[in-house]
Design a protein around this ligand. Structure first.
Ligand SMILES: Nc1ncnc2c1ncn2[C@@H]1O[C@H](COP(=O)(O)OP(=O)(O)OP(=O)(O)O)[C@@H](O)[C@H]1O
Ligand SMILES: [Mg+2]
Length: 292
């Protein structure tokens, strides 16, 4: 099944469909034999940043960031506190629009289309690019209504019961909640709440899921469930995850971007390469815990 079949584009510009017009095959930046087998040679770019600067008033939070995030993979963003990881994530679905002082320069492309173009509707964009936050934040509604919410406000077609079940199954929560869908989402455990938020995000058939430290408020067992889930989600979605946990990045991501102080993207490569043999001493120092 292709989720793209159900996904509207961010623009109706000229009736074009970025799905077909902006298809762009790139070689993934993979150097080792084992990794290249896994990466199966080519992958489409889902998100591309070109020379992105972000300012909050006078403070520069991102400095000339360029990278290409491949489709259908898990891309991790790591780096010390304040280096701009969340800021970068929020550029992708224009959450920074909601911050008055924020100013974004450069190009941020989703399947080749600049998300900052005038004809892009940020609400439609956020349907294509869903987000999961550090603290689970279910609505004070039933489990069912949490998952159905996005589809209802977007007026999406389909049997709602089926869609809710599908999203809860994909979020690995169905077996735990299927006999209590009327219960408040707030009455679930923290780990269940986070999986509910993931179900809510995927219920509208996004293409990209942004996760900002999604497991940092959870205990080890709940964390490991979320990690397993993220790996499964990458079969259907492009996942971009911010984490402070190096082992987590190493375990679950295909690519890792290392940001360092000043909002600089210092290195972006295959995760194994970043953790075993980074190009930059500063990255090695960060990864081995010499600073940050
Ligand atoms: N809404 C805001 N208004 C003003 N400055 C902000 C805002 N959000 C972030 N900043 C600043 O931008 C810089 C980057 O912040 P950001 O939250 O992106 O960092 P981060 O890498 O996600 O950090 P952490 O690991 O602590 O979450 C920091 O200096 C921060 O203080
Ligand atoms: Mg952050």
């Amino acid at each position: 099944m292709s989720q793209n079949e159900n996904t509207t584009t961010t623009t109706d510009e000229g009736g074009t469909d970025p799905q077909t017009d902006d298809e762009k095959l790139i070689s993934t930046d993979v150097t080792t034999g084992e990794e290249s087998a896994r990466a199966a040679a080519t992958s489409r770019t889902m998100v591309e940043a070109r020379g992105v600067d972000v300012y909050y008033g006078d403070l520069q939070a991102l400095d000339d960031v360029s990278l290409e995030i491949p489709e259908g993979k898990v891309t991790a963003m790591i780096g010390p506190s304040g280096c701009g990881k969340s800021t970068f994530l929020r550029c992708i679905n224009r959450m920074n629009d909601l911050v008055d002082s924020a100013r974004v320069e450069g190009d941020l492309l989703l399947k080749g289309k600049n998300v900052y173009d005038d004809d892009v509707d940020p609400v439609a964009l956020r349907r294509q690019v869903g987000m999961v936050f550090q603290e689970p934040n279910p609505f004070p509604k039933s489990i069912y209504d949490n998952v159905a919410y996005g589809r209802r406000i977007q007026g999406l077609e389909g049997d709602m019961d089926e869609e809710v079940e599908k999203a809860l199954r994909r979020a690995a929560l169905w077996d735990e909640v299927n006999d209590q869908l009327d219960k408040s989402g707030l009455d679930l455990s923290g780990g269940q709440q986070q999986r509910l938020c993931i179900a809510r995000a995927i219920a509208v058939d996004p293409e990209v899921i942004l996760m900002d430290e999604p497991a940092s408020a959870l205990d080890p067992i709940a964390t490991s469930k979320i990690e397993d889930l993220i790996e499964e989600l990458a079969e259907d979605y492009t996942v971009v995850i911010v984490t402070h946990n190096m082992q987590q990045a190493a375990r679950i991501s295909d690519q890792t971007a290392v940001f360092l102080t000043g909002g600089e993207l210092v290195e972006f490569d295959d995760t194994q390469k970043i953790f075993e043999n980074p190009e930059h001493d500063r990255v090695e120092d960060y990864i081995t815990g010499k600073f940050g």
